[in-house]
Design a protein around this ligand. Structure first.
Ligand SMILES: [Zn+2]
Length: 344
């Protein structure tokens, strides 16, 4: 990421010969306008804590045996995802199969074949330009005595994508179909090395060139130790790495609709945790696609069998999902496509 950051700062300096950097940023900020906030709010409000709760419980069912990539439990979880889209009347760009099949040969260490699940709402004006909303569907599996439920990791992200899809579907049905296509991408193989996103970005359903942005969700249902005094926060990672405009769109979405504390402490090149490269957004960023990674930080149940649905803060999960919806709405409906700062 170091090289990206250096290149970004050169780009900004280079394009500001007659204008100070701060003036350029002010101009960019004032160009970001959310029109018809009432309409957006009406669809935003279809995202509810109770539906999110029902999705997390459904997806983190013991029947799915911790959803380990390539195993029967994860195949069943993939079918659960596909069946949700069918029941909501949301189509797949892959037709009736919904699955992007990934052969065993893509993996190593004896991992068997698996699948990403893909659905979308087709855009009305620029259907080939896509916003990808993603969450990984796999988790750690089970041992002889315990199941790794992965309610936060990543039942929370999966439930969020379900609610985002439903909100866009309701909007489309009411005459507010997005101008660009919005893709709902449930990635396999994240826990074993971002393999589902590596496969998708190698064999994309929509070209990487036409992929406007990737908003990736991985763990947004809990509160970490650093925020026990203010639960209404979310860590954003990567929002300014490839597109300064994306960063300010996200900030404006938050200030109008959600008022969360946007915590950027992990959005640093020298962050020792290196979260930016530890979830699926990384593979999109490597292809030059602007990304935001939404994350609540680690907690005592992280990658433990005790990460269960009863510990999710559903009120907060709702609020964080609404922020992602407002950001995605803007990206999908803006007259001009999101600008990338650099040719990555
Ligand atoms: Zn995860």
């Amino acid at each position: 990421m170091k090289n990206l950051l250096v290149a970004l700062s050169f780009t900004l300096v280079g394009s500001c010969v007659s204008m100070r950097h701060s003036e350029k940023i002010d101009q960019l900020k004032s160009s970001i306008k959310f029109e018809d906030t009432e309409t957006i709010s009406s669809y935003l409000n279809t995202i509810t804590a109770s539906e999110l709760e029902s999705h997390v419980y459904g997806f983190c069912n013991e029947e799915f045996q911790g959803r380990r990539t390539g195993e029967p439990g994860h195949h069943k979880a993939s079918k659960f995802i596909k069946d949700y889209y069918i029941s909501e009347g949301i189509k797949s760009p892959l037709g009736s199969k919904y699955y992007q099949y990934i052969p065993e040969s893509h993996f190593s260490n004896g991992i068997k074949d698996s699948q990403n699940v893909i659905a979308f709402i087709e855009g009305s004006e620029k259907p080939n330009e896509v916003i990808i909303l993603s969450a990984h569907s796999d988790h750690e599996g089970y041992t002889d005595s315990e199941i790794y439920y992965g309610a936060d990791d990543n039942g929370s992200g999966t439930a969020a994508v379900f609610e985002l899809a439903q909100a866009f579907k309701i909007a489309a049905a009411n005459g507010h179909r997005p101008k660009r296509s919005v893709v709902f991408l449930h990635l396999t193989g994240e826990e074993i090395g971002l393999e589902g996103s590596r496969y998708y970005t190698k064999y994309p359903v929509f070209s990487m060139k036409n992929t406007v942005a990737n908003l990736n969700i991985d763990m947004i249902g809990r509160v970490d130790e650093a925020h026990t005094d203010n639960e209404d926060y979310i860590y954003l990672i990567g929002s300014d790495q490839l597109s300064t405009e994306l960063h300010y769109i996200s900030e404006e979405a938050n200030s109008i609709f959600t008022n969360l504390e946007l915590d950027y402490r992990f959005n640093k090149d020298n962050d020792p945790n290196q979260y930016f490269s530890r979830s699926d957004q990384y593979n999109f960023a490597l292809k030059g696609v602007p990304v935001i990674f939404y994350f609540n930080g680690e907690h005592e149940d992280y990658t433990e069998p005790t990460d269960t649905p009863d510990k999710i803060n559903y009120r907060l999960l709702e609020k964080r999902t609404k922020l992602i919806f407002a950001t995605a709405w803007y990206l999908a409906n803006a007259d001009n496509r999101l600008e990338v700062d650099i040719d990555a």
